[in-house]
Structure formats: C-alpha cells, structure tokens
Design a protein around this ligand. Sequence first.
Ligand SMILES: Nc1ncnc2c1ncn2[C@@H]1O[C@H](COP(=O)(O)OP(=O)(O)OP(=O)(O)O)[C@@H](O)[C@H]1O
Ligand SMILES: [Mg+2]
Length: 288
Amino acid sequence: MKPNEITQRDIDNWSRCTPTTQLCRPTTCAAEPAPRDSFDLREARQLFDTLAAKSRLADLGEQSSALAHELRQPLFSISVANENLRMMLGRSDMTRSQLDKAITRIAEQVERAQTIIDRTLAYASGRDMGVVSADVAVAANNAVEFLRPLFETADIEIDVGGARMSAAVGLCQVEAEQIFVNILRNAAESIEARREAGWEGSGRIAICIMKKGDILQCVVSDNGAGVSCEVATAVFEPFFTTKPRVGTGLGLHICRQALQKVGGEVRLLAGKREGARVEIELPLSLGS
Ligand SMILES: Nc1ncnc2c1ncn2[C@@H]1O[C@H](COP(=O)(O)OP(=O)(O)OP(=O)(O)O)[C@@H](O)[C@H]1O
Ligand SMILES: [Mg+2]
C-alpha cells in the first residue's frame, strides 16, 4: 500500500470516531426530518471517496512523471547503440560477433526499460515486489557504461573506486542503477555548465564506495560548477531545477525516494575544493 493512500478502514474509523453532531448539516426543513446519521455518513463516505480518488490521481501523476524521467536513459542508450549499429552495417570489416554485441546492448536496454515500467505499474497497483537485492558496485559500473557515450562526447574522465567490492543492499538492481545514472548525469551537466562559463579544465567525476560497519557509503564528486548552500537544501524537492532549458527537477527527488524506502539517505554538498559531491548512505543487507 502507498503511504498516502486512504483505505476503507480509515473511512470506517473516521466515521466511528466523529460525533454525529459534527457530521450533521443544519437543515431548515422541519417537515421532512432526514435520517440524519445515515444520510450524513453517506455524504462523508462520498467525500472520502473523492479525496481518495484525488490522492490516487496525484500519486499517479507523480509516478508518470518519474516514469517518463527514468525512461530517458534506456531510450538514450538504445538510440546510441542503434546509431552505432547503423554505422557498423555500412562497413565491410565488421565481424559477426561485433554486430551481435551491438544488438545485445539494444536488447538489454529494452529489458531495462521494461523493468522500469513493470516496477512503476506494480507500485501503482500496490503489488508487493517481494525481497530485492542490488550490488552497489555493479550498479555504479553499469551506470557508467550506460552513460559512457555522454562522458566521451563531453570529454569527462570517470573513476570508480571500490569497483570490485561486493556490497548488497535492499534495492532492486535497476533502481540502484537509476540512482547512479541521475547523479552521474547531474555531475556531467555541471561540468558542461562550468565549461559554458569559460572554464577550460579537464572534467573529472569520481565514485568512491566504502563499507562502514553495516552501512554502505558512497560519494560521487565532480569538478563542475559547484553548488551554493541555498540550492543544496532545495534540490530534493520535486521539480526544483536550476536548468531552465533542460531540467525537470526530478532526478534527485527520485533518488531520495528510492533510498528512503530502504532506510537510506542522500545529500548534495559543495565540493571540498571545487565542484560538488553527492553523499549516499544506506544499510547493507545482512551478511554483505
Ligand atoms: N553535481 C551537481 N553539481 C551542481 N549542482 C547540482 C549537482 N547535482 C544536482 N545539482 C542541482 O540540483 C538540481 C536538481 O537536480 P535534479 O537532478 O533533481 O534535477 P535536474 O538535473 O535539474 O533535472 P532532471 O530532472 O532532468 O534531472 C539541479 O538543477 C542542480 O541545480
Ligand atoms: Mg538531474
């Protein structure tokens, strides 16, 4: 069940606890005394039904925006892989295995998009997804691979520390990858913004994954344009963006929601010397 969903039990409890006098509307028709309790209770139920429907619609609206936002990455990867495949087909020196690899990359991203849709629909219908587990280092490396064409075009170096560590957490693998995709994309966009302002240095992003007792810590730092304290405190609100042309302001909100669901947290801070850093903490799965 979703956190803000109104259930039949809420309606029944509310009806039981609310004094009848509060439920009754003043009536001027003395000749026709309405069976006030049952009439007003029915009205109260209708009101709650309407509110419940509105709350579901609002929830669905947020889910649809999040779905559209998260489908951008697999669609981007599919279009890049498709373009590569088209170029390969025009060359005579391509081997069968190279072509197979490109086709497999497209199939993987289609499957990933399908999983994102399935999870959203399961959430919308209140279906339980069962116990899930993700390896954070694998998720970080996969996200880097998905965005590799973006980093290459923007000439950004990327370093993953702790890449071989095995660290399981209670997210599903696609969700963990989505978190890194959003954070890495932001870091790349910030480096681009710094360059647009005249900076000519080389762009760098570093991911560092560590275990501290039963907590997993992960820091993604960049040498982009940086972030002010005011902006840093607002960035997790839905639709907050400082990128009027390209941003929707949903990336970090989606990350925080996914992490809080499993008892995790995420912060955006100014970098120690330059740029910005995103710090993530979340509980490790038992035995990890
Ligand atoms: N690495 C970063 N460096 C500087 N500012 C950042 C960084 N990451 C996030 N921000 C700030 O946080 C804001 C919110 O980020 P968020 O990912 O939620 O939305 P967005 O990137 O603006 O749009 P989108 O929904 O397309 O991701 C950004 O607009 C930016 O101001
Ligand atoms: Mg973003």
